[in-house]
Design a protein around this ligand. Structure first.
Ligand code: MG
Length: 393
């Protein structure tokens, strides 16, 4: 049976409005993260949450959850078509329904459902995002995805099409399980390990856990609206608070150490280190001497010249390299440069922004378009424009 439930939502530190909405009405839980100009994102997420709250549906739990999300999609899509100020709006939607020893999840977008079991946090949903698809196809490591400049671009969304493809699945529950639904304002600011350890620390008080997760996202920058919904499966009637605080999963912490965001830094730094010819001839300065000093000077000059050459080569490469990605509002775009941020500096700029939305493409089309390969500007533009001709009526 369901134990405690808790929720928290916060606009974060950068946004004035909160475009997230949620449902926390046991046995039904949901998160919606809206997007669109003006107040359209707010309208979309609230419409979707209301549809889930009101919806009944028939059949088995997966079918009911799918029906709820389809109904939410239909309402958002209809409103977007009727109201020109809301045109193009959309929302993510992740629903959890608890019933007879199972939690059934329905999911569209990049909000997430997690399960904390035995102290280990597991992400249950796939992110329907550009970087999520690149990770699943092996083009990006999960660590690269966490710092990818286009990590907020989603590829499947409610409201932009009359029908939406919904992921559904069920998880058999165990007493003591804690489920977490969250918007990307949490997962983009707080690593899974930290989410797991925060939940573990506040295992006995889900309200405190929800607040602590929001606080952690704000401490790390709070760049987006943050919403969390938590519920637990009680061990026995009334004894949920006595569950021991769960230890935090050690195996995930291990991969974190082996790969860091620095792996995404391109070769310029490595060139600089590898080409240090001063390393051989350099000796403690305690021994002064004309020839030695001259050698050192020459070596330094050679080093600087090589560094300048490497930088020019890198700049030349950057000016030639193009890749296809998408803007944060979902519009497909062609970029010049490399698809990375280094110390907060973008190594790319957009040279063409299409009317085409990433979410309008089929998964196969997205896979071939957003393959992360570096190509010439002309072929990048050709790829995007031929899809525009096919997809945009
Ligand atoms: Mg968001």
């Amino acid at each position: 049976m369901i134990g405690h439930s808790a929720s928290a939502t916060d606009p974060g530190r950068r946004r004035r409005r909160n475009e997230d909405a949620f449902v926390c009405e046991p046995p039904l839980y949901a998160i919606a993260d809206g997007m669109g100009g003006a107040r359209a994102g707010e309208i979309a997420s609230r419409l979707a949450a209301a549809a889930v709250r009101e919806g009944g549906g028939e059949g088995g739990p997966e079918e009911r959850v799918r029906t709820l999300i389809q109904e939410a999609n239909a309402r958002v899509h209809q409103r977007a078509n009727e109201d020109s100020s809301a045109s193009g709006m959309g929302t993510t939607m992740t629903v959890a329904l608890v019933e007879e020893g199972r939690v059934t999840i329905g999911h569209v977008g990049d909000s997430r459902a997690y399960l904390l079991r035995g102290g280990v946090l597991e992400q249950l949903t796939d992110d329907h995002s550009l970087v999520g698809e690149l990770v699943r196809s092996g083009k990006l490591s999960p660590e690269e995805a966490e710092s990818h400049p286009q990590r907020s671009v989603i590829t499947r969304v409610l409201g932009t099409e009359p029908d939406v493809d919904v992921d559904t699945f069920s998880v058999a529950t165990r007493p003591g399980d804690v489920f977490l639904l969250s918007s990307d304002g949490l997962s983009s600011m707080v690593a899974d390990e930290a989410i797991g350890s925060t939940l573990g620390r506040h295992r006995g008080d889900l309200d405190a856990a929800a607040r602590a997760l929001v606080d952690a996202a704000n401490r790390n920058g709070g760049e987006d609206n943050i919403t969390v919904v938590l519920f637990e499966l009680a061990a026995r009637l009334g004894d949920t608070a006595e569950l021991p605080p769960a230890p935090v999963g050690p195996e995930r912490a291990d991969d974190e150490d082996t790969l860091s965001g620095l792996d995404a830094v391109p070769a310029a730094d490595e060139i600089a280190v590898g080409w240090d010819p001063g390393a051989d001839s350099y000796e403690p300065a305690a021994v002064p001497g004309g020839p030695r000093r001259r050698r050192l000077l020459v070596a330094s000059l050679v080093f600087l010249a090589l560094l300048a050459a490497a930088s020019l080569l890198a700049l030349w490469g950057l000016s030639r390299a193009h890749f296809v990605g998408a803007e944060s509002d979902g519009h497909v775009a062609v970029y010049q440069g490399l698809p990375y941020d280094v110390a907060g500096v973008r190594l790319y700029r957009s040279v063409y922004v299409s009317r085409l939305l990433a979410a309008q493409l089929s998964q196969r089309e997205r896979r071939s378009l957003f393959d992360h390969d570096l190509i010439g500007q002309r072929s990048a533009l050709r790829e995007v424009k031929s899809l525009e001709a096919e997809v945009i009526p």
